[in-house]
Design a protein around this ligand. Structure first.
Ligand code: TRP
Length: 379
């Protein structure tokens, strides 16, 4: 009886006041793409004079080395936004590692490796707060009130939770996997970020975060806008495949990591799947593996894949692979040199993370203090 009453209360007070966020995925995606174009233009116009207006948070799970897909789809873009003046937070989502696996693995090394790649790519610790969410207690405490604003049915419907469950080989659904979208909402809202650069797969989390912000304001803050609603910034980088033409993933051994040497990169690309036609054309449907390599080269060279294909002409797969290898190695040479240099100074790298954690803690403490105050819990 008690639980029925509280469920009914939740439904009427919150869920019905805010209709379920789930809509037709492709409609949501198209709208998010359109809105991202508008946001890009607004950022170009206003970021330099008004950096906090676009405060941005993005993050990575420290599950292994970053590869060229991460670099092209997100890392490079974070650096560009930082350089446009956007106030930038970069989260290392270490607690998220245990949502779908049994152990944290080589977590310390993975975290250190991420910081190396962030710095080598040009994230500047003077302007960008690099931190790990496990090191920010007040961020994690936000999860408690936020959990009261969602229903288990809503979380079970979350497409990302469902996908992760499928990928976790029949493991039972853990409480953390079920609720990690709420934790992610705490990541995003603790610093009042307005812009969250994400891939298409993360859009449901953004919608869930927006719902939590609205419900918090309505239920606990008497309608005051304690939390704003952050917006997704989708990159226009298309989905990239690994060198075998399937999903790019470390466990498939089909990736080029940012930290790989030029020779390792050449070897990986030499082994890439192609076909035996001499004339190289950009045909994503008919020749997906070739098109993927052309796309990767084009993104590094800042040219269209068609133009890259044109330049190769009748050179066949071997010329294509040379072009891709040169594009990757040429573009990453500076990154790799800076990374190697930073690797010789682990104390500096650890200090960057400590400094970022400190800044994130200061921000999170302020937010939690506001939350407790509006909830009447400031004793
Ligand atoms: N879920 C993201 C991923 O798997 C990582 C992440 C955690 C994140 N918290 C975030 C991304 C907050 C953006 C905002 O890559």
């Amino acid at each position: 009886m008690t639980s029925m009453t509280s469920t009914a209360a939740l439904t009427s007070a919150t869920a019905l006041a805010h209709p379920p966020f789930e809509a037709d995925e492709s409609v949501t995606y198209a709208a998010a793409r359109e809105r991202s174009r508008v946001l890009d233009a607004l950022i170009d116009e206003h970021a330099a004079s008004d950096p906090t207006r676009f405060r941005m948070l993005s993050g990575d799970r420290p599950t292994g080395p970053l590869h060229i897909g991460h670099f092209l789809a997100s890392l490079r873009n974070r650096v560009r936004l930082q350089d446009k003046g956007v106030e930038t937070f970069v989260l290392i989502a270490d607690y998220q590692v245990i949502t779908d696996r049994d152990s944290v693995g080589a977590i310390g090394d993975n975290v250190h490796g991420l910081v190396l790649d962030y710095l080598a790519a040009g994230l500047d610790p003077a302007r960008t707060t690099i931190f790990a969410h496990s090191a920010v207690p007040a961020l994690n405490q936000l999860m408690l009130p936020f959990l009261s604003l969602v229903t288990d049915a809503e979380l079970r419907r979350n497409p990302t939770v469902k996908d992760e469950l499928t990928l976790s080989d029949g493991r039972p659904l853990s409480g953390l996997l079920l609720t990690y979208p709420v934790h992610q909402a705490a990541d995003i809202l603790f610093c009042h970020s307005r812009i969250v650069p994400v891939g298409r797969d993360q859009l449901p989390h953004l919608e869930q975060t927006r719902a939590i912000a609205r419900r918090f304001n309505a239920r606990y803050a008497g309608g005051q806008p304690v939390f704003g609603e952050p917006e997704a910034l989708l990159s226009d980088v298309p989905l990239l495949l690994g060198t075998d033409g399937t999903k790019m993933s470390k466990s498939r051994g089909n990736v080029v990591n940012l930290r790989d040497s030029a020779d390792e990169t050449a070897a990986r690309i030499r082994a890439a799947r192609t076909d035996s036609e001499r004339r190289i054309t950009y045909d994503p449907n008919g020749r997906p593996a070739v098109a993927n390599l052309l796309t990767i080269a084009g993104l590094f060279l800042e040219e269209s894949p068609e133009a890259v294909a044109e330049g190769i002409g009748d050179g066949g797969a071997s010329r294509l692979k040379e072009v891709v290898t040169d594009a990757v190695n040429g573009s990453l040479a500076g990154h790799r040199a800076r990374r190697a240099e930073l690797e010789r100074d682990p104390g500096y790298v650890a200090g960057v993370l400590r400094g970022g954690n400190e800044r994130a803690n200061a921000v999170a403490d302020r937010t939690l203090a506001t939350v407790r105050a509006v909830m009447g819990m400031a004793y």
